[in-house]
Design a protein around this ligand. Structure first.
Ligand code: ZN
Length: 420
């Protein structure tokens, strides 16, 4: 490695000195996270009639409007440590919780950056522009913490964040008017450069697509493409309900679709046709989104199994040699685009971000060689088979500090528990 933690050469192991087993994988880049939503784990699961994404969003708003700067510090620190234990070594944080009592937007961004640095995870902070309620309607009072009043104000936040924010996001076509896109993208690009990643949520929910069609006569991804030029630095989160023409436009533009299988299942979003998209040359990456369950192995399993269930067939994202290696490699390599970094491969020039798999894991005992172990990892095991996590060549602790765990529990119960 060089001093920056990048790989200079990969050599054959001489059989000495390894404490972590014999199988290393590129750490999974996490292409989409809202770390504060981790505190929703265990809440909002009761049946109340109309239980949809939109009713879940009310619980999320309750959390978002309750957290203090100190809460965010604790939740983010604990969340990133759990993310590392889950096999993710870098994260694109889609950060829209800008305004907490007593903090300016740039300060909440700095809290996230500090939490990531303390945990050791590699961060791409993406401050999010959010300007209105549903498709041009005025924002609701509970959305106030997410808002910037003008594009100029948002650009000022980017400038104030300086080195912490080499990228940005547009919340969605619901929350940003299409007529704002050109000035927003132009202004941010002038400040940050032509190559930084841009992220946007789109086509996650059928109601969102219906509202967009009613107002603009097309779906949100088509609307995006009418107002800006999509390209390889664009990353569309979910795209679950994109139509065939929209998916083809993403493929043509080299735009990455970031899938978040556990969250898309948790929220009842639906299943993206990943097999077809990948076969047509589409780029895919993985995100943990809500972070309620953090496990890169389970994300991959649910991605593959969702395709199997909807297509009633097996080995959807596999190749002739198997499933695990092909699936892990595809999603890890795909993560370089949303992160905008050389991550997701163990090759010279890329960061030495990797995880090792424990071949003594009870779920892998019968595996004969690396390919079988990776197939067993994805079908039979979970994050507990990960024996060590390295970022920039440095072996990190993924154990949650006891004091931090206690504070996380106390604060989350106060925010979300029945006494709240
Ligand atoms: Zn999201």
């Amino acid at each position: 490695m060089d001093d920056d933690g990048r790989i200079e050469a990969v050599t054959t192991w001489d059989g000495n000195g390894s404490e972590d087993g014999w199988l290393a994988l590129p750490g999974m880049p996490n292409g989409h996270s809202h770390v504060f939503q981790r505190a929703l784990a265990g809440y909002g699961e009761g049946r109340s009639g109309q239980d949809t994404f939109w009713s879940w969003r009310e619980a999320m708003y309750r959390l978002a409007n309750g957290v203090s700067a100190e809460d965010l510090r604790v939740i983010a620190r604990a969340g990133y440590t759990a993310m590392l234990a889950a096999g993710f070594t870098s994260v694109a944080e889609f950060h829209y919780l800008h305004r907490l009592p007593g903090t300016a937007p740039a300060e909440t961004g700095a809290i996230i950056a500090q939490a990531a640095a303390e945990s050791g995870i590699r961060l791409r902070l993406l401050p999010v522009y959010y300007e209105c309620g549903n498709f041009g309607k005025p924002a609701r009072p509970e959305q106030a913490r997410f808002l910037h009043a003008t594009i100029e104000e948002f650009l000022q936040t980017l400038e104030d964040l300086g080195r912490h924010a080499p990228g940005f996001a547009i919340h969605s076509l619901r929350a940003v008017r299409p007529e704002s896109l050109e000035a927003l993208v132009g202004g941010a690009t002038a400040m940050l450069g032509e190559t930084v990643p841009i992220h946007v949520h789109a086509a996650e929910q059928p109601a969102e697509v219906a509202d967009c069609r009613e107002r603009y006569g097309c779906g949100p991804i088509a609307l995006l493409g009418r107002n800006i030029e999509l390209g390889p630095r664009w990353n569309v989160i979910h795209a679950t309900h994109a139509d065939a023409a929209e998916r083809q436009a993403l493929i043509n533009a080299g735009t990455t679709v970031v899938l978040c299988p556990l969250t898309e299942a948790y929220l009842g979003d639906g299943i993206f046709p990943a097999t077809e998209f990948a076969a047509a040359g589409g780029r895919l990456a993985l995100g943990s989104d809500s972070n309620v369950r953090l496990d890169a192995v389970e994300e991959l399993r649910l991605l593959e199994y969702g395709q199997r269930l909807s297509e009633r067939a097996r080995a959807r994202l596999a190749n002739a040699d198997g499933l695990g290696a092909a699936l892990w490699a595809r999603l890890a390599q795909g993560g370089a685009a949303p992160l905008g970094m050389e991550v997701g491969r163990l090759t010279p020039g890329y960061y030495a971000d990797f995880v090792t798999v424990d071949p003594e894991s009870p779920d892998l005992l019968g595996s004969d060689g690396p390919a079988a172990a990776l197939d067993a990892l994805v079908t039979a095991a979970d994050r507990s088979a990960i024996s060590a996590v390295y970022v920039g060549g440095r072996r990190l602790s993924t154990r949650l500090d006891r004091d931090l765990a206690a504070r996380y529990g106390t604060r989350t119960r106060a925010l979300m528990g029945s006494g709240a």
